[in-house]
Design a protein around this ligand. Structure first.
Ligand code: NAP
Length: 299
């Protein structure tokens, strides 16, 4: 009999991509909130976690899933800086509800976190052993959630990831760059914010291996290349054949954001890669994958 998987946040970039990879081999259940998703072989529940905290607890207790994947987070780091109530509720309190319900049912919880738990001052990629020190409220709440999930059960997994992209309507950064450059509009990506962008398909495939191999603990799950958003845009332009003159570098000082961002929060995924025998791709391979999936003809 297939294992029962509940994806909390099934309409998101990671959730919907994972659903496609998992669908043939799992008994799939998903939650959505504002966005719809159509999956013929999945049971879908519409839940706004901020409005109805009991609904997710009841769903986990009724379904009794083998695995719960929690992809839910607020999409705006800046909003969390000014609205602590939402950040506390969505990232901390609701994560706790989910973690306790999973523990009670004996379900394995795979929970997403982010590179913003680090301050970005280290001049190398962060390993799992490095000490987190979030510099914005979003990062603080995500770090609190990590402890909650780790303490709830030794079956659980935390995946810290970064700038997720793919050929997907919710791949925000790459869609902004591709659509703007295709329409010959200027873009102004940050030249002083470095991350390790991660192909969403790599994440989905690695989650399935984590489940199959009964992996537990905290891991960095990111692509190989540490680069700025500006360099990322240039690499996209290279492969898609767009005009690079439309890409203007901007600094964090010039383009203010409400929440401070770590300068260099690149992560090292070697620990996970060795554990599951899977290599996350470098940025050029990832962009090539997106180009290929897009069916776009190079300009
Ligand atoms: N995307 C990135 O670049 C990135 C970088 C670092 C870490 N991560 C982490 O990776 C995880 C997955 O990211 P993602 O890009 O897949 O996120 P996403 O596309 O924004 O999806 C988030 C999911 O959460 C759901 N959701 C949001 N607010 C909700 C609420 N109040 N009640 C119920 N559901 C709610 C959304 O539902 P609806 O769409 O239906 O409203 C959606 O299904 C997150 O934890 C994120 O922080 C992402």
């Amino acid at each position: 009999m297939s294992q029962k998987m509940l994806i909390v946040g099934g309409s998101g970039l990671v959730g919907s991509t994972l659903a496609q990879y998992a669908m043939p081999n799992y008994d799939l259940h998903m939650t959505i909130n504002k966005n719809k998703i159509t999956f013929t072989n999945a049971l879908i529940s519409k839940i706004d976690l901020l409005e109805d905290r009991l609904a997710i607890i009841n769903l986990i207790k009724t379904l009794n899933p083998d695995i719960v994947i929690n992809t839910v987070a607020h999409s705006s780091v800046d909003l969390c800086e000014t609205n602590h109530v939402i950040a506390d509720l969505l990232h901390v309190d609701i994560t706790k509800d989910i973690a306790i319900a999973c523990h009670d049912m004996g379900s394995k919880l795979i929970h997403f976190s982010t590179d913003t738990v680090f301050d970005g001052k280290l001049d190398r990629k962060y390993a799992e052993e490095d000490t987190p020190n979030p510099i914005n409220y979003y990062g603080k709440t995500r770090l609190m959630a990590e402890s909650i999930v780790m303490e709830a059960s030794n079956l659980n997994v935390i995946l810290r990831t970064s700038v997720i992209y793919g050929w997907h309507e919710r791949s925000r950064f790459t869609n902004w760059i591709i659509q703007s450059l295709r329409d010959k509009k200027m873009v102004d990506p940050f030249v002083d914010q470095y991350n390790t962008p991660t192909l969403v398909d790599d994440l989905a495939k690695s989650i399935l291996r984590i489940i199959e191999m009964h992996v537990t603990g905290l891991y960095h799950a990111v692509g190989k290349t540490c680069l700025s958003r500006y360099e990322f845009a240039l690499r996209i332009a290279d492969q898609f054949g767009f005009d690079k003159n439309l890409i203007k570098p901007v600094t964090s000082y010039e383009k203010k954001q409400d929440a401070p961002r770590p300068t260099k929060s690149c992560l090292d995924a070697q620990k996970l890669e060795k554990k599951i025998g899977y290599n996350f791709c470098d940025i050029d391979t990832g962009i090539g994958f997106v180009l290929n999936k897009s069916g776009f003809t190079k300009m």
